[in-house]
Design a protein around this ligand. Structure first.
Ligand code: BGC
Length: 663
């Protein structure tokens, strides 16, 4: 039984409702069923023993925000491949990932699961991830469509967004990711302009008719309010099975509220999803050993950690005497959720070990360790602060490990503020006051306010939620074995109050996206200083940019330049290309990222970098014409090492749809 014509109406109604929590309906074995599981940073499958459900341990990858900070397309693809292999081991057909929601608000409890405040970075990294997973034959479910940018009240609130902002900021990462042909998309819980995401007929039409999406649309878990209405809008599969919704659906069908045409369309797409997934797997299977998958996780951590500040203390001198403090350095098996965000993406670590002091000792350092301060919640704060201070005063360098974790950053809730716990801030300040040099290693999934301590310390390494093997990666970065190359994919403001969304008034139940296009650096570019800008990250190498040449190639502009390494260390450098329209006819942000590359440059070497800007990279969404329009005019091309560190500039003129380069 594989064809739509072979299904009765009752069977079709049943098929579009899912079988249980994680499977599609199989009619007692008459139809193949597919199995789905979370994502995005490790596989979360469950098993039942004596009526008790537990999570099966899996390889824990760094958080998506660390992956994004690599700006490395190959690593995103490689992580996708390793995750697909994990799926084969557990007979999972679809990984419920990746999520490409824009980091509109730094407080969003789920920012650690998302890529960026910028739609191009989010879209391109997600596209590569999808190509990795699906290239191996496992399906993905791109989520959460659409405008689920805060967690508080996510089941009810409506995101009120104008069409241009939707197109340029919130749809855009989905549009780019759809180029990788995801087999499914997951709708979110919230409403968009008053309409539930599960009934977002307009959005589903854009996905299918404009973004070339040819898969099935699946609901977020329990996001369907009215199954008939959602099916009429084009939501193909409700997950998980809800007996009440199913009974209501049957009654609504009888009452003529669901047409046969809409039912056939949904059931047909569920059937296609099942056969497509099975076909994709033909002749394929897991390729990497568990050891190789762990290596992929470490590779992401190695390029995704961001050296935010370094006043010369890093890399550490060989054999230095170190005082490590803060429980995050070695939280113990039972506290690994200090090193991850919480919710459906949380993975049970296959190897529940994280011990930075041990990894530093292995690398020849003399290490004293005192946990001193732990969880970012008062009931867990543990002090043996005096010991930490004594150790700091007798060491050459203090390493203070602080952060957030699953108690602070989690699904279904947002952070109230962006600071660390007061006790952690105090630990940093006091250790810094007793130390010759202080390095802060920060474990978090999103921006953190640092006003109380950033100026007191010599170096800050943003380790993110580093995943399994992250302790060794941090030790390698601190010791200099790994040359850091991550850059931020979200701005770190000085104060939450500086954020574009902070001053906006929202009513209960309604979030107005009044800042429009001015999300993240698009807003700060208007003259609001930030602690660390979008695109910022330091290296142990010193890079120079030179020789910008622009070449108009029909509807494209080729951007060429050289990156030179003026140091004795090989390193990788993220090169960011922004476009600014001079004298636009409509409001446009100061500049917008349109392309990026990450070349490796040998010691004292130089490499050519070439990037392509397409016509659409110059366009805005015209609400006057309901399409992308690039107006005739002059455009500046800005090549930078961060949004605030523009190194090279050039200009092109667009006239009658053709580019010419201006000298
Ligand atoms: C989350 C999804 C997740 C699903 C299944 C929902 O609560 O929003 O991201 O895939 O649960 O666990």
């Amino acid at each position: 039984m594989k064809k739509l014509e072979e299904l009765s109406v009752q069977e079709k109604l049943r098929l579009i409702c899912g079988k249980d929590n994680w499977h599609t309906e199989d009619f007692g074995g008459k139809l193949e069923s597919i199995s789905v599981s979370d994502g995005p940073v490790g596989l979360r499958t469950m098993k039942e023993t004596d009526g008790e459900w537990t999570t099966i341990p899996a390889v824990a990858f760094p958080s998506v925000e660390v992956l994004a900070n690599t700006w490395n397309i190959e690593l995103a693809k490689g992580m996708g491949e390793a995750l697909a292999d994990e799926c084969y081991d557990r007979s999972v057909d679809i990984l419920l990932a990746p999520g490409v929601n824009i980091k509109r608000d730094a407080r969003n409890g789920r920012n650690f699961e998302y890529f960026s405040e910028d739609p191009v970075v989010a879209g391109e990294m997600a596209k590569a991830y999808i190509m990795g997973v699906q290239g191996r034959g496992i399906g993905v479910c791109l989520k959460h469509f659409l405008c689920n940018n805060l967690e508080d009240d996510r089941l009810h609130q409506s995101s009120d967004v104008d069409e241009r902002t939707l197109r340029e900021i919130y749809y855009r990462p989905f549009e780019i990711a759809c180029e990788a042909k995801p087999v499914s998309v997951m709708c979110s819980y919230n409403r968009i302009n008053g309409v539930y995401a599960s009934e977002n007929r307009k959005g589903f039409k854009v996905l299918r008719e404009e973004f070339g999406f040819d898969g099935a649309i699946i609901s977020d878990w329990f996001a369907v309010r009215n199954r008939a209405k959602s099916a009429m809008a084009g939501l193909d599969l409700e997950m998980p099975f809800s007996p009440e919704n199913y009974e209501q659906l049957k009654a609504d069908y009888e009452a003529g509220k669901l047409t046969d045409e809409a039912l056939d369309a949904c059931a047909g797409r569920v059937l296609s999803l099942i056969s497509r997934c099975k076909k994709m797997q033909e002749g394929k299977g897991a390729v990497l050993s568990v050891e190789e998958r762990k290596e992929r996780a470490r590779a992401v951590a190695a390029e995704g950690m961001v050296l935010l500040k370094n006043e010369g203390v890093l890399p550490l001198s060989e054999g230095a005497k170190l005082a490590v403090s803060g429980m995050y350095a070695a939280p113990g098996k039972e506290n690994l959720n200090m090193l991850a965000g919480g919710g459906s993406s949380q993975v049970e670590w296959l190897e529940p070990e994280f011990d930075l002091p041990a990894r530093l000792k292995e690398r020849g350092f003399a290490v004293l360790f005192e946990g001193a301060v732990g969880f970012n919640r008062p009931e867990f704060l543990r002090h043996d602060g005096r010991r930490a201070l004594l150790q700091a005063s007798e060491s050459e360098v203090s390493i203070v490990c602080v952060g957030t974790g699953a108690f602070v950053e989690y699904e279904d809730g947002d952070r109230e503020r962006l600071h660390l716990a007061l006790a952690q801030e105090r630990l940093i300040r006091e250790v810094a006051a007793h130390s010759a040099h202080t390095v802060v290693v920060l474990f978090a999934g999103a921006a953190v306010e640092m006003n109380e301590w950033a100026d007191n310390v010599d170096a800050i390494l943003f380790a993110g939620f580093p995943g399994m093997g992250g302790d060794a990666v941090i030790a390698d970065i601190l010791s200099g074995k790994i040359n850091p190359s991550g850059k931020l994919t979200e701005s770190f403001p000085y104060f939450y109050e500086d954020c574009p969304v902070c001053q906006l008034t929202s009513k209960i139940g309604v979030t107005r996206y009044k800042e429009g296009l001015d999300v993240g650096y698009r807003f700060y570019d208007g003259g609001i200083p930030v602690r660390f800008p979008f695109g910022h990250g330091l290296s142990y190498s010193a890079f120079n940019y030179s020789g910008l040449s622009l070449k108009a190639e029909g509807q494209e502009v080729a951007v060429r330049l050289f990156v030179e390494n003026d140091s004795a260390r090989a390193g990788k450098e993220v090169v960011e290309v922004y476009v600014r329209e001079c004298a636009p006819l409509v409001y446009r942000p100061q500049k917008e990222l349109k392309a990026f590359a990450k070349p490796i440059v040998s010691a004292y070497g130089s490499v050519p970098v070439e990037l392509k800007l397409k016509f659409k990279d110059f366009a805005h969404w015209s609400t006057g014409e309901d399409r992308w329009v690039a107006d005739d005019g002059v455009y500046e091309i800005l090549v930078g090492a961060s949004a605030e560190d523009i190194r090279l500039k050039g200009k092109v003129k667009l006239e009658d749809g053709k580019f010419t380069v201006l000298k």
